[in-house]
Write a new protein. Structure first.
Length: 107
């Protein structure tokens, strides 16, 4: 290998809790589940729609932190899409006419 150093593909997983979650994910998931438990204790869950409303924060938080291949989780995809559509994009053209017709080969 010509004395090169090869970084393993899963070296970033050691920075995550359980190899999947970062601190923000755990806070979000814990808050959603905690709020759902609180609502289940406070609201009358005999009614179907109230029970659905009570468990909705936990389900939403779990949906946001579910791992997705090629990205960290769904929250990351939503954040990247929001940044893409709300920030000004600057595309630098480096195609076949990069010099805009100027001659580079002077003879």
């Amino acid at each position: 290998m010509n004395n090169g150093f090869l970084i393993p593909a899963n070296s970033k997983k050691s920075l995550l809790y359980f190899g999947i979650f970062n601190t923000t994910d755990l806070i979000l998931f814990g808050g959603g589940v905690g709020l759902s438990l609180f609502l289940l204790m406070v609201l009358p869950v005999d009614i179907f729609w109230v029970a659905i409303l009570a468990i909705a924060p936990g389900c939403l938080a779990g949906f946001l932190v579910i791992p997705i291949p090629n990205y960290h989780n769904l929250r990351t995809i939503i954040k990247l899409a929001f940044e893409f559509y709300t920030t000004r994009q600057r595309f630098v053209w480096k195609g076949w006419c990069y010099n805009d017709g100027e001659e580079t080969d002077k003879k």
